[in-house]
Design a protein around this ligand. Structure first.
Ligand code: AMP
Ligand code: MG
Length: 521
């Protein structure tokens, strides 16, 4: 078995002197806690790319030892498991101490290139932060986290990764819709991997307690470990750091909007300091383009975390982070500058994506309006976002526009009446688009290549993940690896796999797990 080196740097920060597993308020940044062993750990799936980065061979991955370690039943020398303390704003309200209630870090390792990777088990049993819950995770949510982490990576979206998905052989009881119908479900553990799992909420907690010493140590630690490229010192360094976090968050939001990803629970404890997508819970993918859609039933009332609000919610979360780190500054100007950088960078990325998605060489102010007009049409006509943009890459501005509109619609519509009603407006839009394309010097082939690189053909549609979950719950787990394999090349044409690039079927429209998800996981 390949041997990893660990340095577990997070443990340099002040920890919790109490070694008991009991639930409590913790003053330090972390608590030492061992994963609770499970009856029958068995590997269901793994990411061969992530395994290779860490240096594991396929033979290593296939061993029982691998399943034991990544199921939490054994640790390798150098691992020193701990759970991290953080707070957060949940749905806009300060929630106090949250912490890793079911995530346990096994250790921090360095790969052959010197890149740091924290190995963290999700669902490994109770920690001091488990509050009233059991520290476990169900198979359905673990499959979703495993697949989406890797799918996002292959889409080029910053994300935490997933190494392994292990069945525990133990049932977990969940009341999926919190409506008094608890049910036993199979349990599982994902080993997720990232250079850092530090969240905005890590800084908010010491701030809320007036623990400025811990706040400063945490900031200094995070900058030194996770932002080694930043130079300088004192307030100037803190200012650069915050601005960098703002920019990374802006880049992330632009990616989510480009690919149609809805996180579903953008609480401040679920925003990564590195600008990674983190904490895959009741996330969803846009089928018909709808900025008001949220997959999260827990959020159905206010729809705070709806698709179209994500960029502004991220900004709000950054204001919470700014607030939390404000004691490190004598003046608010650098914090305001950072927030302004968020806006500027988001606008820049979004313009860039507009040009790439529509196939224009650059993005003018008029092009922004063209995109907005298109989005309004996609919404009223209930047209599939992913399929529409992909098919638009095959649009020929010299060809018969009416006939091409029918072809576009045939692949992307959900509602016959809405399609018919919106047809004249779409025709007008396509005429404008065709005129714009005729001004552009690119050849159709160049344009198509550029558009295909921004408009994925394969995304992890909610119903595709649910089909795999349904099969796995019946004992057929092969679908996990099959779907992962499709998601490895989301921008490529994959002949024979067209069924993974189709509209959501009718059965999935209002089905739990496909259009409605809860935080219960
Ligand atoms: P999430 O909405 O998944 O980000 O979780 C919010 C908080 O609840 C975090 O502190 C989690 O660690 C905790 N949590 C969620 N599910 C569980 C569970 N089954 N056991 C213990 N803690 C949990
Ligand atoms: Mg979370």
């Amino acid at each position: 078995m390949h041997v990893l080196r660990y340095d577990n740097r997070f443990l340099e920060l002040p920890g919790d002197p109490d070694l008991s597993p009991g639930i409590r308020q913790v003053a330090g940044a972390w608590s030492r806690v061992r994963p609770t062993p499970v009856p029958a750990p068995r590997l269901i799936a793994h990411s061969r790319e992530m395994a290779a980065i860490l240096g594991f061979s396929e033979a290593d991955v296939a061993t029982q030892e691998f399943a034991l370690v990544f199921g939490g039943n054994a640790q390798w020398p150098g691992m020193d498991p701990f759970a991290v303390n953080y707070g957060g704003h949940q749905f806009g309200h300060w929630a106090g101490q949250l912490g890793d209630g079911r995530a346990i870090t096994l250790g921090e390792t360095l790969d052959a290139q010197g890149q740091r990777w924290e190995l963290q088990l999700k669902g490994a049993g109770p920690t001091p932060y488990s509050r009233s819950a059991d520290g476990r995770a169900v198979l359905r949510s673990s499959i979703r986290e495993f697949l989406c982490s890797e799918a996002m990576h292959h889409l080029g979206v910053p994300t935490t990764r997933a190494l392994s998905l292990v069945a525990t052989g133990e049932d977990v009881v969940r009341d999926m819709f919190y409506d008094g119908h608890p049910k036993s479900e199979p349990g599982a553990i994902v080993c997720r991997v990232a250079p850092s799992f530090i969240r905005f909420g890590n800084f908010e907690l010491p701030y809320s307690r007036g623990d400025l010493d811990l706040l400063r140590r945490l900031a200094d630690f995070c900058i030194a470990r996770d932002f080694p490229e930043l130079e300088g010192e004192g307030e100037a360094l803190y200012g650069d750091w915050f601005a960098t976090v703002c920019e990374r968050t802006a880049v992330l939001m632009a990616h989510w909007m480009r690919v149609g990803f809805v996180h579903g629970v953008m609480n401040t404890d679920n925003l990564s300091i590195l600008g990674l997508t983190i904490d895959y819970g009741p996330y969803g993918w846009i089928d018909d383009f709808d900025p008001d859609w949220t997959p999260n039933t827990t959020d159905a009332g206010g729809r705070r975390y709806r698709f179209g609000w994500q960029p502004k919610i991220a900004h709000w979360n950054l204001t919470r982070l700014a607030h939390a780190i404000s004691p490190l500054f004598s003046d608010v100007a650098p914090l305001n500058e950072g927030l302004q950088r968020y806006m500027d960078r988001f606008v820049e990325e979004d313009r860039n994506n507009t040009a790439r998605k529509l196939g224009y060489g650059e993005c003018t102010d008029a092009d922004i309006q063209t995109m907005q007009a298109l989005q309004a049409l996609l919404q009223v006509a209930e047209v599939d976002m992913t399929l529409w943009f992909r098919a638009l890459g095959r649009f020929d501005p010299q060809g018969d526009i009416g006939a091409q509109l029918e072809t576009l619609f045939d692949a992307t519509w959900y509602d016959e009446a809405k399609r018919a009603q919106a047809a004249p407006a779409f025709l007008e839009w396509l005429q404008r688009h065709a005129a714009r394309l005729r001004e552009d010097p690119s050849t159709p082939a160049e344009r198509r290549t550029r558009m295909d690189a921004a408009n994925p053909k394969y995304v992890l549609r909610n119903y595709l993940a649910q089909e795999v979950i349904d099969r796995a719950e019946q004992g057929d787990e092969a679908g996990v690896a099959e779907l992962l394999d499709v998601m490895r090349r989301p921008y490529d044409e994959q002949p024979g796999r067209e069924r993974f690039a189709q509209r959501r079927p009718d059965w999935a429209r209002d089905r739990a797990g496909c259009s409605m998800l809860s935080c219960s996981s």
